[in-house]
Design a protein around this ligand. Sequence first.
Ligand code: SF4
Ligand code: SF4
Length: 84
Amino acid sequence: MAYEHEIDMDGCKGCGLCVTACPKDVLEISDEVNVKGYFPAFQARPEDCIFCAICCTMCPDVAITIREIEAEAAAQNLTEGENE
Ligand code: SF4
Ligand code: SF4
């Protein structure tokens, strides 16, 4: 099963709760403001994400989503396999 982690940058208020809660130190606060004038969280090290969903649970604004992408990932893996 593959997953995709997405942060709604414009829905984020930059409180930093997810950054502190992440056990893998994946997230950081951006130095660029969003449409609301906040500095939003972003995945600085997405390759370290284990999709534990702690950040989703912590976010008071429900700005983080983790989705299953099994079909797309399987198709991508198949394509990559063909190119090897
Ligand atoms: S899903 Fe877990 S590992 Fe990934 S960014 Fe969120 S808290 Fe960190
Ligand atoms: S917990 Fe939510 S609102 Fe706070 S920085 Fe993280 S994504 Fe943004």
